[in-house]
Design a protein around this ligand. Structure first.
Ligand code: NAD
Ligand code: ZN
Length: 344
């Protein structure tokens, strides 16, 4: 089948790729209709690796996708042929300790699309467990469906923050993930969400989404001073770190209200020093997230309810034939781009 293949670092091709997948009794076969480009896809494309995950052989990219069910296993009851679905890209070993504990996202055996050596889904069809597919309601497009993967990360962060009605939040980093955290925090009950970055174009996109998402350009203002001034000297109930930049610590924690929560979303190579006394003195609890646990249905429900407008963040769409151009465009890192989408 036709696929977008990462042959080696910075070498992409659209070509026939031999894949034979059997539709098991609990699986569905999906014709891919849309696939977003994620930061991780760009890392594999430009560097060939993320940490210990190294691309050693040609690999199909893409893990944020939606499509139409064209075949189903005999045990699949909750889907019909023709259903438009989006897919959760990571499949755990359903018999693992972590699955029983309800933390399937960190099962070491998770098989995740476009994480070497596992192929991604930017290809004509995929076979996937029905359990990890989610039907899109009438009126939701495949491209919106593909956005449910990054949105699920924001939802997971909002869940871990245990937001209470009227909370104020701060999100550090206004990349795709920071934006997903901000809109999830707002939809989850926050009255005001500050979002900080050093890039004005990124902040402008987030700020134009809603009057209660307040951009803070930390190239111009001091973050902690600004947050304290805006919150009567108290700080935010919840602070999300979504930049992955070690420099934001420990000031990031100082923006939290005493007794508040800090949710660590951004990832980094290496470590940061932890000011334990600062955390203790502020009575902060720290939460971490890794991808998501049961968030796709929530993401879809919020979009369907009109609580989240996800189309705003699809910045540019390319047809599958132009996938290589789409990757080059995404890798160029235009500051006014949130998500680049490919449609098939
Ligand atoms: N925990 C998870 O499951 C998970 C999932 C996906 C991505 N991530 C991580 O989330 C982070 C963000 O991902 P992304 O795709 O949005 O990346 P991105 O590069 O698009 O966004 C990062 C943003 O942070 C900004 N930034 C950098 N330094 C800053 C600073 N000192 N203060 C404020 N802003 C600063 C950048 O200008 C950029 O806009 C990355 O570390 C990524 O690895 C985590
Ligand atoms: Zn992604």
């Amino acid at each position: 089948m036709k696929a977008l293949v990462l042959e080696s670092v910075k070498q992409l091709s659209i070509r026939d790729f031999p894949i034979t997948e059997r539709v098991g009794p609990f699986d569905v076969k999906i014709q891919i209709k849309a696939c977003g480009i994620c930061g991780s896809d760009i890392h594999y494309y430009t560097e060939g690796a993320i940490g210990d995950f190294v691309v050693k052989e040609p690999m199909i990219l893409g893990h944020e996708a939606a499509g139409i069910i064209i075949e189903k296993g005999e045990q699949v009851r909750n889907f019909a042929l023709g259903d438009l679905v989006c897919m959760e890209p990571g499949i755990p070993n359903m018999r693992s300790h972590e699955v029983l504990e309800g933390i399937y996202n960190i099962d070491p055996e998770v098989v995740f699309w476009a994480t070497p050596p596992v192929h991604g889904c930017l290809r004509e069809t995929v076979v996937h467990p029905a359990q990890f597919c989610f039907k899109l309601p009438q009126g939701m497009s495949a491209a919106e469906g593909a956005m449910m993967e990054p949105l699920a990360i924001g939802i997971e962060a909002a869940k871990k923050a245990a937001i209470k009605p009227g909370d104020t939040a701060l999100v550090v980093g206004c990349g795709t993930i920071g934006v997903m955290c901000a809109i999830s925090a707002l939809a989850g009950g926050c009255s005001r969400v500050f979002i900080s970055d050093i890039k004005a174009e990124k902040l402008a996109i987030a700020g134009s989404y809603h009057t209660n998402i307040v951009p803070v350009n930390t190239g111009k203002v001091h973050l902690q001073e600004y947050i304290m001034q805006e919150t009567n000297g108290l700080g935010c109930n919840v602070v999300f770190e979504a930049s992955g930049s070690p420099q934001v610590y420990p000031d990031f924690f100082r923006c939290a209200k005493k007794g508040g929560k800090a949710v660590l979303v951004g990832m980094m190579n290496g470590t940061v020093p932890l000011d334990v006394a600062l955390l203790q003195g502020r009575g902060l609890s720290i939460e971490t997230i890794f991808r998501y646990i049961n968030c796709f249905d929530r993401a879809i429900a919020l979009v369907n309810a009109g609580k989240i407008d996800i189309t705003r963040f699809i910045s540019k769409t390319f047809p599958f034939e132009d996938s290589i151009a789409a990757y080059e465009y995404a890798a160029a890192g235009h500051p006014d781009v949130v998500k680049v989408m490919i449609e098939l």
